[in-house]
Structures are given as structure tokens and as C-alpha cells.
Design a protein around this ligand. Structure first.
Ligand code: APR
Length: 232
């Protein structure tokens, strides 16, 4: 069985990672145009670095929850039966990796990596970034930025995601509000390809009506229950 899973910030919420659009979420505290766009970075790099430095520090203090662990168990169970899991995450945290998931694509980038706008190098990065941080390769300063996809930039691994979606037996969306494209469009593509679609979320997402099945509740409860159902 080939399963494609899309995850959003809701799967990391119970680990202590803030979601974006829930009450008190990230976008209730920050204007995304100022901290998550190339224009915002050009206008005020220090504010953008401060925004991501705080989130990068927080990631170091949280750990995977039962939902992350269940998806790693699902991948092991599927591959041992000759199947496959393709996990596409909108999240920039590393909780899926730390839970043990291997076939993972970060379509919005990774908080624990940095890139240089001058030489486009990419490095694992856990320290704070500032506009004085020197690029390890080209030695320029002022160009180091989080390896995160900002609004208006092209998400990564889209070709791989399209192939996986068209070839899947099941598409599952977990912990996302379905409000940001292209991720929010995956369910429509899956349906058009005749793939069954399941939503696992705290509450119906904006595109809940497109799913053939849905279960609502806390991810740490509904995801392990669904995985043990699939593997039994
Ligand atoms: N269990 C399951 N679902 C949850 C939980 C939980 N404990 N807590 C919250 N949720 C659900 C919410 O109901 C909501 O539908 O997770 C979803 C989170 O939605 P958003 O805050 O919009 O986050 P997300 O969908 O990941 O945002 C997508 O938007 O700002 C950009 O780049 C950012 O990757 C992000 C993208």
C-alpha cells in the first residue's frame, strides 16, 4: 500500500510548537509580511532573524509526540509489507526526523538549516543568525538567512509530491488548516487521480468537504489510533 501524508503545524502543537492560525497563533503575534517574505527580510533583516532565532531555540527544547512516533511506525510497517510512505510536511521543525521518519520532504524548508543569498550554500544551523553572520563558504556577511520558504517563494519537492500523489492508494492530511497553497491543493489533485482522501485534524479544515473520510480530535490520539488500524 502506498500512502502519501501531508502534515501541518497541528501535528506538532502538542509538542509545544505554536500553530499559525489558531487563536493566539504565530500570525496573531507577527505580521507574516514582515517576517516571512523576501520583502520583509530586505526591509528589516534583524526582525526576521529575531523571529526565526526564537523559533529555532524553541525547537531545541521540544520533542516528537505520539503522532510523530506513530507516523514513523507506519513507515516501518508499510515498507516491511512492500508498501511505502511519502511524508510531505509544511513544518520547518525536525520532529518527524527525530521520530524516525525517513522518506520526508520539507516543502517549506527547515528551521535548523541556513542558506547564503550570495553563494546559495546550505548548512545545518542551530545557532542564532544575524546580519553580521559570515557565510562559511563565500565569507560574505549580510546574506545568511533561514533555509525556510517564504510567502511568494517556490515550495520545494513539488515534482516529487506530484508523482507520489498520483501514484498513491491513500492521501492523508494531518494537522493543517488547508489555507496555504500549493499544499492545500494536494487533496484536489489526489481526488482527480482517483485516490482516497482522509483528513485527521482537530477540526474540519477549509477544504474538509473534499475528503472522502475524516476523523477529528487531538493528533496524539487520532493519529496513533488510525495507524494501528491501518497496520492491523
Ligand atoms: N491535533 C490536531 N490538529 C490540530 C491540533 C492538534 N493538537 N492543534 C491544532 N490543530 C489543527 C488546527 O485545527 C488547524 O486546522 O492544525 C491546523 C493548523 O493550521 P495552521 O495554524 O494554519 O497551520 P498550517 O496549516 O500548518 O499552516 C500552513 O502556513 O503560515 C504558513 O508556512 C506556514 O507551513 C505553514 C502554512
Amino acid at each position: 500500500m502506498k500512502i502519501v501524508i501531508l502534515t501541518g503545524s497541528g501535528i506538532s502543537a502538542e509538542s509545544g510548537v505554536a500553530t499559525f492560525r489558531d487563536t493566539g497563533g504565530v500570525w496573531a503575534k507577527y505580521d507574516y509580511r514582515e517576517v516571512a517574505t523576501p520583502e520583509g527580510f530586505a526591509a528589516n533583516p534583524s526582525l526576521v532573524h529575531e523571529f526565526y532565532n526564537e523559533r529555532r531555540r524553541n525547537i531545541g527544547m521540544v520533542k516528537p509526540n505520539a503522532a510523530h512516533d506513530a507516523l514513523a511506525e507506519l513507515e516501518r510497517g508499510l515498507t516491511s509489507r512492500g508498501g511505502a510512505l511519502s511524508l510531505i510536511t509544511q513544518n520547518v521543525d525536525d520532529l518527524h526526523e527525530r521520530a524516525g521518519v525517513e522518506n520526508l520532504w520539507h516543502m517549506h524548508g527547515e528551521l535548523k538549516k541556513a542558506t547564503c543569498v550570495h553563494c546559495t550554500g546550505v548548512w545545518d544551523w542551530i545557532e542564532d543568525l544575524t546580519n553580521k553572520t559570515r557565510c562559511p563558504d563565500c565569507k560574505a556577511t549580510g546574506g545568511m538567512r533561514p533555509y525556510v520558504v517564504w510567502f511568494g517563494e517556490m515550495p520545494r519537492f513539488m515534482d516529487e509530491a506530484m508523482v507520489a500523489l498520483g501514484d498513491a492508494d491513500l492521501f492523508v492530511s494531518i494537522g493543517t488548516s488547508g489555507s496555504v497553497y500549493p499544499a492545500a491543493g494536494f487533496v484536489g489533485l489526489a481526488r482527480d487521480a482517483g485516490v482516497s482522501c482522509l483528513e485527521l485534524n482537530l477540526e474540519p479544515s477549509e477544504n474538509a468537504h473534499l475528503f472522502t473520510d475524516s476523523r477529528y480530535g487531538q493528533a496524539t490520539e487520532i493519529v496513533p489510533a488510525w495507524v494501528s488500524n491501518i497496520l492491523s
